[in-house]
Design a protein around this ligand. Structure first.
Ligand code: SF4
Ligand code: SF4
Length: 322
């Protein structure tokens, strides 16, 4: 019997999601037995031309990680969409734009200037910025176009399922692959994790009081944190109330508060707005000056609220004017 055919691809990615596949450990051997991997740039030397030769719909499922910033990524995502029966957005960057999407707070030119002119370790006396075409040793070289904004995968192609996380846990990847191979996938468009917020599953939830009043948000380095008590009750921002569960509490178990990489739970549209709303509910003062002082004790609010989801949030690509 023919084996199901799998492909893996990365766009603007740190490589962590590729590592998360390796974290399948010995399960990787079973996977290798049960599927044919047709395309996986990080592991197999194949050319784009080889992918174009695959018949439309010839790949059972393609896992794509990373956000979309360059036109070669967009082009490959579109080709893989045509070639694949299922497209799975693998990890926060493909799911929501991820950390890479924070670049949407800045303009394209500002990013290029910073990276190629202003960084102290860069020597670029002529102020040359990367272009689409360049001549090197009399050879014409083409470079992919760097788009104005970062996009989540479903802003470029239709996505069938999402595996959340930065990176996703091997358990979630395994579960998703088993469902693809043996049936049992939920409704199209589902995020393959829990539907409810992390607090609902958190081992510290019993210590979370019904009413919390915050006088000042503390920073991680300030204290030794009680490993059994809810972070919010200790005055430390934890994004558990605005974040989808299913991460196996990796951060909480390491005594680190949740930073939101699983994105918003079902029925929450915007994780940043939800975070702002639950944090505001912890401010009991009605004095404007006091409220300002409290808000100012939140370190980097935009970066904190939208660390993983700016590109797919209601703000999308809005930029902070410097
Ligand atoms: S989701 Fe996280 S681990 Fe995966 S590519 Fe993006 S930054 Fe890296
Ligand atoms: S706020 Fe954080 S520590 Fe507290 S119950 Fe929710 S996830 Fe757990």
């Amino acid at each position: 019997m023919e084996k199901p055919k799998i492909a893996l691809y990365w766009c603007s990615s740190c490589g962590g999601c590729e590592e998360s596949v390796l974290d399948l450990a010995e399960d990787l051997l079973d996977l290798a037995e049960s599927v044919d991997v047709l395309f996986w740039p990080v592991a197999i030397d194949m050319k784009y031309h080889d992918v174009e030769m695959i018949p439309d719909g010839g790949i059972t499922a393609t896992l794509i990680n990373g956000a979309v910033r360059m036109d070669n990524q967009e082009q490959m995502a579109k080709i893989l969409r045509k070639k694949s029966q299922l497209i799975i957005a693998h990890g926060s960057c493909a799911h929501l734009g991820g950390v890479v999407g924070l670049a949407n707070f800045f303009e394209r030119r500002g990013i290029l200037n910073r990276s190629f002119k202003e960084v102290p370790t860069v020597k670029n006396s002529e102020g040359v910025l990367p272009g689409n075409e360049t001549k090197e040793s009399r050879k014409e070289l083409g470079l992919p176009h760097f788009h104005n904004t970062v996009k989540a995968l479903d802003q470029v192609i239709e996505v069938d399922y999402y595996i959340p996380g930065c990176p996703p846990t091997p358990q979630l990847i395994k579960k998703a692959l088993l469902a693809i191979l043996h049936g049992g996938l939920p409704l199209k468009g589902s995020v393959l994790a829990e539907k409810k917020a992390l607090c609902y599953f958190c081992s510290r939830k019993e210590s979370k009081p019904d009413m919390i009043e915050i006088k000042r948000f503390k920073r991680l380095y300030e204290e030794e944190w009680d490993p059994a008590r809810c972070f919010l009750d200790q005055g430390l921002i934890c994004l558990g109330p605005a974040t989808r569960g299913g991460c196996a509490e990796r951060c909480i178990k390491a005594n680190m508060p949740c930073r939101g990489c699983f994105g918003p739970p079902d029925k929450v549209t915007d994780q940043g707005a939800k975070t702002l709303s639950f944090l505001a509910s912890l401010f009991k003062s009605t004095n404007e000056k006091e409220l300002k002082r409290l808000f100012n004790s939140i370190p980097d609010p935009a970066g904190l609220f939208y660390r993983y989801g700016l590109a797919s949030s209601i703000l999308k690509g809005k930029m902070i004017r410097q």
